[in-house]
Every structure is written in C-alpha cells, then in structure tokens.
Design a protein around this ligand. Sequence first.
Ligand SMILES: NC(=O)c1ccc[n+]([C@@H]2O[C@H](COP(=O)([O-])OP(=O)(O)OC[C@H]3O[C@@H](n4cnc5c(N)ncnc54)[C@H](O)[C@@H]3O)[C@@H](O)[C@H]2O)c1
Length: 419
Amino acid sequence: MIGRGAADDQARPDLPSIRSRKAAGVFSIVKRRRAGADRTKTVGMGLVGCGGMGRVIPQMVQRYDRRIVTRAVFDPDQRSLAAALKEVNPQARVYDDYRGVVQDPDVDWVMIASWNADHCAQTVAAFEAGKDVFCQKPLATTLEDCLKMKTAWEKSGRKFVIGFTLRFSPHYRKIRRLIDRGVIGDIISLEFNETLDFNHGGFIMGDWRRLTRYAGTHLLEKCCHDIDLLNWLIGSPARRVASFGGLDFFVPENEKQIARIGTDKKGRPAYRTWGGLIDKNPFTSDKDIVDNQVVIIEYENNVRATFHTNCNAAVPERRMYILGSEGAIRSNLLTGSIEYRRIGFRQRVRRLRARARGGHGGGNAVLGKELGQYMLGDEEPTPGLIDALKASVVCFAIDRAMDSGEVVEVGPIWRQAGL
Ligand SMILES: NC(=O)c1ccc[n+]([C@@H]2O[C@H](COP(=O)([O-])OP(=O)(O)OC[C@H]3O[C@@H](n4cnc5c(N)ncnc54)[C@H](O)[C@@H]3O)[C@@H](O)[C@H]2O)c1
C-alpha cells in the first residue's frame, strides 16, 4: 500500500483534499486489491543470476507469501549458487545453463539478475518458453536488445516487471504524492544527483560493472532508475539532452589515496571494503566507464532538469530539488529527509521524516511485496517494460550526447523505439 504519512497528508486549506484528488483519479501510482484470493495457487520462481540482487528480491517475495517458492537456480559462479541454495531455497534444482531454468515446468516466473548484457537473451528465452519475467534493471545495454525484448514480450502475452526499486521506495512515493496534490504547482525545473560513497565507487570500478561490454555505461547501469524517476515525476518525454563526463579520479596516479585514507575498523583498505565477486584494484583496473558525469535534460513539457553522478563522494546523496510554480521540494533519499515550502509570505518549511529501513529507501521490500501480489494474481505493479524502455532511451541519448559533445534531440530515438 502507499503509506499515508502523517505530516504530508495534513489538511491544507490552500490545497485540494486527498479525498477529492483520489476521487479525481489522481492517485494512479499502483492500484491494489487484497492479494491471493485463490489460496491454493502456488507460484514457482527460477533464478537466473544469483548474486546480491538475484537473491534479495526472491527472498523478499518468498517472505511476502509462502505460496511463492524458488524451484530452480542457475549461476555460472559457484559462490553465488551456494549462497542462493543456502539463503533462498536449499531444495531448488540446480541447472548448469539458464535454458534449464526457463524450461523447467515448475517455473512460472523467471527472475533475471545476471550481468546487464545477458538480460536480453535470457528474457527472450523465458518469453519463448511461455514464462513471466522479472528482470533487474537496466532492461538491456543496447536499444536493439531492448526492442528484441519488447517484441518477445508482446508476442508472448506474458507478464514483465522491471527491477526499478526506487519507484517502490516510500520516499519517492511521498514526493510523487506531494506533486500530485499540487503542493508545488507545476514543475518548472529540478536538480537531481546520485553521488556514491567512495567505497561504493571503488567497488564499481573493480567489479564487472567497470566494463561497458558487460554492464553498459555507468549512467545506464547505475542511474537508469534515477532517470526513470525523472520520467515518472515529470510525466513528459525528454526532448533534448546534453552531457559531459569522464574518468578523472579512478586512475593509477590516484592509487595513493588508498594509503592516505588507510583501513576501516575491520582492517579493509579504503575503496576495497565492498569486495564484490570480482575485486580488482579500482585505480589500476581495466575499465571503460566514467566516474563522474553531469547531464542537462529538457522535456517536451518544457521542464528542465540536471542530473549529476560522481563515484567518489565524501557526502553521498540521492538529492532532489524540485522547483514548481507554487513551491519547492527538497529531498535526500539517503537521510530520508523531505522538505517543502509553498511560495507565499506566511508559508513555512514543512518537513517529513521519511527514513525508510532497508535497501533503496525501503524500495526492495515494497517491490518484493507488490511483485508477490502480482504473481498471485493481483494488479500489475508499475513500472513495466515500457517504463524500462523509456528510461533506456533517455540514457542512450544522454551517453550519445556525452560521447559526441553535442546536444542530442531525443525524438529520432523515441521513434526508433516505437514510442
Ligand atoms: N534494482 C536495483 O536497485 C539493483 C541494484 C543492484 C544491482 N541491480 C542489477 O541486478 C543485476 C545483478 O547485479 P548484482 O548487484 O546482483 O551483481 P552481482 O555481481 O552480485 O551478481 C551478478 C551475478 O550474475 C552472475 N552471472 C554472470 N553472468 C551470468 C549469466 N550469463 N547468467 C546468469 N548469471 C550470470 C554472476 O556470476 C553473479 O553471481 C544487474 O543487472 C544489476 O544492474 C539492480
């Protein structure tokens, strides 16, 4: 359910009431009914990719309802396989190829959390086998692959949910609700960022995500669901984009920073505390992604936005500053703060304390629950394949702008994507 926070729902004489806006259909984020009317129904999940996210979301889904069970698993890395059997289901059948999972007759939903460049082939195979699919973000690493997935989805008539966990976070749902209530009027312009703790940045630069052939660009891999949030909140297609970025910090000359900072309480060196499955030195590793990027986007409805990402932050943030015709909202997912003020002489700043526990501002748990409801027959959670495709289109356009140094009109890419 979309939780009703105390502070943000308080009666405001200058705003339409919650009830009247509900009646007007303003709250269209997700409609839900009581899940699982058919108590005998069971659902089998098959995991393709059993790393960090490949285990977290199935665990959340199983926690939501015991009728949903992981029945098959595949991962080329024995460490991930062992962890899945231990944490998700020790009885799950183990396959040595993803095709085994998608063709297993006891698997209804294929849960894809492999490297991004593999999402397309695995999703298409699952649709061809008549299965429903949950796929981690991003959809795929090229527009061509995204469109293959769309075609296979349309042809199959099966269900598809994308792992845009931020959309499920109570934090962003509160912001969306403030906007829907008209608290800031119409959005005019906004700033957004994702700046990563230095150890998180070090992890990315030493992990499989450091190479575009596995992950796509940094913006696509890490920030496509931030770009999706912009699409969702602004509600209009991007018209044109510009961007600059580069790899300026995680270079061999800066390896000295590891010694300068020293170790954490557990004795782990700076920039290496996350320790992924692949754990290369982030300063000397081979990589072809950027570690900092700034973006400007202009939308068809004339809203203008900036987005800034940096992989070496002393002050990590996922901060939004949204300026509207009648007010402004300022928020930071990492501290849970949301504050807003209406434009006027006697207006004061109102603060919501919306710190959510768990990954992605509480989004992981809500996603697990709403996906579980959908698996058992309830209404579709947003976002789906089209939202994933739209976010991909904007990311592809932004990276094209960064690579070319030119302002890119997004229209031709929208048309290529059939949107
Ligand atoms: N929704 C989110 O907020 C979120 C957060 C983090 C990661 N992700 C996404 O989840 C996916 C997995 O990321 P992660 O953080 O779990 O990474 P991870 O490195 O922890 O796990 C990836 C797993 O995929 C396995 N793998 C590699 N090639 C494979 C293949 N061909 N078939 C099956 N498995 C394969 C690896 O062995 C590894 O176990 C990525 O698409 C990533 O972008 C989403």
